[in-house]
Structure formats: C-alpha cells, structure tokens
Design a protein around this ligand. Structure first.
Ligand code: CP
Ligand code: NVA
Length: 310
C-alpha cells in the first residue's frame, strides 16, 4: 500500500524509512516511463515551489524547475541576491512567510543548521537541494541510476573515492537504506563525519549492508559494481583547494584504477566535474561512465519527491 508522505520534509535520507526510499524510487520509475510515453502528468497543478539558492547550480535548479513545470506547477528562483538568506532577515521569518505563498521550499544552503531552521519554521515541505552536510536529492537520483543500470540495488558494492563530503554522507545513508555495501576511500583527514558514519552503521545493521572507510582507492574498487567520485573541493571550501589538490592526487579515477574494478563497473559523478583532477577525460567520457544518465535522473527522482511530498 502506498505510504502517505504529504507534508514531509526531505532534509536527510536518514529521516526516511526504507519503504519511503523505495516508494520514491518506484514512483520515479513510473513518472519517467510516462514522461517518455509523452503522457501528461498534472500531479502538481496550481502548486508553486520556492527555490532558495545560496550557491550556484545547473542540475538542481534546472531539474527542479523543469520538474515542477512538467507536473503542471511552477517554480520561483530565489538566488543569493534576492532574499539574502542568513543576511537580510531571520531564517525563521523567511520560512514562515514563504510558507504562506508556496506549496514547498527547495533550498541550497551553506550551513546545514540553516536548512534545519528552515524546515523547523516552514509549514510546507522543505527539500534539501544541498547543504554543507548532505545532498539527498543527488543520491536519490544516483540510486535510481544504479538500479536502472544494474537491475537491482541490494548486494552491490559501491566504491566512493575522494572527499568525505556532503555527497559521501548522503551516499552512506542511501546505500544502507537499500542494502548496498559501500566502501569509501578517502585521504587521511578527509573522512566523513563520525556522527554520520555512526548513524549509517546503525541503519546498516538492520539490513546487513557493509560500510567501510579506508584510505586505499585500489582496495576500494576491487570487485566494485559502481565507482563514484566528486570534486576534491566543495563549494564553500575554496580556500583549501591547493592543499586539497596535494592530498587527493592519489585518489584520481583514471584508467589504472578502473583496471582493478569489475568489467561491467559503472562510473558515477554528481557533476560538476573537475576533469583532470578527481577524474580523467578518458574515464568520464569512456564506456563505463553513466554521468549524463545520472544527471538526467535528478529530474525524475525529484519529480517523484515533489509529487509525493507537495
Ligand atoms: N550535482 C549537482 O547538484 O549539480 P548542481 O550543483 O549543478 O546543481
Ligand atoms: N560536493 C559538491 C557537490 C556539488 C554538486 C559541493 O558541495 O560543492
């Protein structure tokens, strides 16, 4: 039976049950199929999504806005200079006022605390479109992609190589919701946050999936079904970029590393990519790469989230 998710926030995948994650993915598959059959899907007719951005975006902005339009609704872009989140007025006032105008709020923030505050004070669903801590919508699109390419999600090995950042955190939460093993190979000092690892490990026990945090990228990709990477310097950490370049050099996804993975391994990257840094042109443009399908699936996964929550 369908689970009623109306009015819920999507701040973290960890807040969702396994059944809710599966429902989002299954609904996304149906919405995608109908989209390709040119069926009208006016599921959000008359609804408006407010989209707050403190940082730049290609995929998140365009996929949310397009998703709303395709579902019969509309979206309003509120860029860094429009409402000046965190600068012009209290976040709780923004949440309370916006809730009187729109049916849902999608936000991309620097601090995760601002995201939590928005969710606390908004009476409409708040969807996390990336914070310094998490990127749940990205990972829902990623899971949809892996499911499409591999035909299943459980009993797969995902190797994440690089920074223990927002994407890595959400991948940890996402993998253990669907029974996937996940190994992260990160440079010493760039591990995911302890609190996230502990929460994910708690959840992993319930479904018997394995979490490992190691430092050797070769060992991580051994036997992996999917390899994932992200930029070495996330938005907001630009000052550290030179130091990070040195620390992350051995963590590049290149042909050498790929040779240690399974023959049918798929390569994922949330994009934007810094070609020549975390991934080579040869690999991101090569036959194992699914990054463009992965970017497309942001649209379908988020349409599902919007249809279920708003
Ligand atoms: N992957 C992702 O969130 O891309 P944008 O920063 O372009 O939205
Ligand atoms: N980790 C990256 C993801 C960008 C989509 C960042 O936060 O900048």
């Amino acid at each position: 039976m369908a689970i009623d998710m109306k009015g819920k926030n999507l701040v973290s995948i960890n807040d969702l049950s396994r059944e809710e994650v599966n429902q989002i993915l299954e609904t996304a598959e149906i919405i995608k199929l109908r989209h390709y059959s040119h069926e009208e899907q006016p599921l959000l007719k008359g609804k408006v999504l407010g989209m707050i951005f403190q940082k730049p975006s290609l995929r998140t902005r365009v996929s949310f806005e397009t998703g709303m339009i395709q579902l019969g609704g509309q979206a309003i872009y509120l860029g860094p200079d429009d409402i000046k989140l965190g600068k012009r007025e209290a976040t709780k006032d923004i949440g309370r006022v916006l809730s009187r105008y729109v049916s849902g709020i999608m936000a991309r923030t620097f601090s995760h605390e601002i995201m939590l505050e928005l969710a606390k004070y908004s009476s409409v669903p708040v969807i996390n479109g990336l914070s310094e801590l998490l990127h749940p919508c990205q990972v829902l699109g990623d899971l949809l992609t892996i499911k499409e390419k591999k035909g299943r999600l459980s009993n797969l090995k995902l190797a994440y190589i690089g920074d223990g950042n927002n994407v890595a955190h959400s991948l940890l939460f996402g993998a253990v919701k669907v029974g996937m093993d996940i190994v992260l190979a990160v440079p010493p000092g760039y591990e995911p946050k302890e609190e996230i690892i502990n929460l994910a490990k708690e959840d992993a026990k319930k479904i018997n999936s394995r979490i490992e945090i190691i430092h050797d990228p070769g060992e991580a990709v051994d036997g992996a079904d999917a390899i994932y990477t992200d930029v070495w310097t996330s938005m907001g950490f630009e000052k550290e970029s030179e130091v990070r370049k040195d620390a992350f050099k051995p963590y590049q996804i290149n042909q050498n590393l790929l040779n240690r993975a399974k023959d049918d391994v798929i390569i994922l990257h949330c994009l934007p990519a810094h070609r020549g840094e975390e991934i080579t042109d040869e690999v991101i443009d090569g036959p194992h790469s699914v990054v463009i399908d992965q970017a497309e699936n942001r649209l379908h996964a988020q349409k599902s989230v919007l249809a279920l929550l708003l």
